[in-house]
Design a protein around this ligand. Structure first.
Ligand code: FES
Ligand code: FES
Length: 221
C-alpha cells in the first residue's frame, strides 16, 4: 500500500512529466495535458472522446486507428500525442458535413464496403487523403493506397468499389490510369492486404463477396 508521501510524489512526477498540447480536431481546438507516452489514438479516444479511430493491433499493422494529421493519413497508434501538438487532426467523425454523408461514406454504404465496420473509419481516412492526392485513381492505385488497412470480414473488392464510387462523386473518377489492368499491378498489394492469408492461385468460382475474391479477380499471386 502506498503511503501518502508516495502518492504525493507520484502525482508530482506525473505533473512534471505531463505536457500541455493543442490539437485541432475536425476544426475544433482542444487544449489537453498528456503524458509523454500517450499515443495520439488514446488522446483522441480517451481524452477527447473521438472514438472513431479504433484500436486494433497498436503496432502499425492494421490501420484501424488511421486519422489525418495536417492532411496526411497517419496510423495514430504510431504517433505520440505530443508529436501531434499544434496540428490539425481529422477523424471519421468530421467527414459528414451539414447532415450529409461524405462521398466516401456514401460509397461504403452503397457498395456494401463493410460488415462489422471496425476497419471502416481507418479505411475512409486513408481513402479520403489518397483521393485528395489522386482524384482519378485506377483500381490498382486504390489497392496500393489501402494496403496498410486490413479488413477481416468484408472482402476488399467492395471497398475498392466504394473508393471508386467516391472518386466519381467527387468529380475525379474516370477510367483511371490502370483500371482493369489486373495481375501484375495488383498482385503484391493484395497479398499484403490479407496478411498472406490467401496466397494461391485459387479457382475463381466463389461469390463476388467472398473475402478473397479480389485476389482471384486480379490473379492473386
Ligand atoms: S491500431 Fe494502429 S495500425 Fe493497428
Ligand atoms: S468490416 Fe469488419 S474488419 Fe473490415
Amino acid at each position: 500500500m502506498r503511503t501518502a508521501r508516495e502518492a504525493v510524489d507520484e502525482r508530482d512526477t506525473l505533473e512534471m512529466t505531463s505536457h500541455d498540447i493543442e490539437l485541432t480536431v475536425n476544426g475544433t481546438a482542444h487544449d489537453l495535458s498528456v503524458e509523454p507516452r500517450t499515443l495520439l489514438v488514446h488522446a483522441l479516444r480517451d481524452e477527447l472522446g473521438y472514438t472513431g479511430a479504433n484500436v486494433g493491433c497498436e503496432s502499425s499493422t492494421c490501420g484501424a486507428c488511421t486519422v489525418q494529421v495536417d492532411g496526411d493519413a497517419v496510423k495514430s497508434c504510431t504517433m505520440l500525442a505530443v508529436q501531434a501538438d499544434g496540428t490539425a487532426v481529422d477523424t471519421v467523425e468530421g467527414l459528414r458535413e451539414d447532415g450529409e454523408f461524405h462521398p466516401i461514406q456514401e460509397g461504403f454504404r452503397k457498395e456494401h464496403g463493410l460488415q462489422c465496420g471496425y476497419c471502416t473509419p481507418g479505411m475512409m481516412m486513408t481513402a479520403t487523403a489518397f483521393l485528395e492526392e489522386n482524384p482519378d485513381p485506377g483500381e490498382a492505385e486504390i489497392r496500393e493506397a489501402l494496403e496498410g488497412n486490413l479488413c477481416r470480414c468484408t472482402g476488399y473488392q467492395n471497398i475498392v468499389n466504394a473508393v471508386e464510387f467516391a472518386a466519381d462523386e467527387m468529380g475525379g473518377g474516370g477510367a483511371g490510369a490502370d483500371a482493369g489492368d489486373g495481375v501484375a499491378a495488383d498482385g503484391g498489394r493484395a497479398t499484403d492486404a490479407t496478411g498472406g492469408v490467401v496466397a494461391g492461385d485459387e479457382a475463381t468460382t466463389e461469390s463476388e463477396t467472398t473475402p478473397h475474391d479480389d485476389y482471384e479477380s486480379t490473379g492473386g499471386n
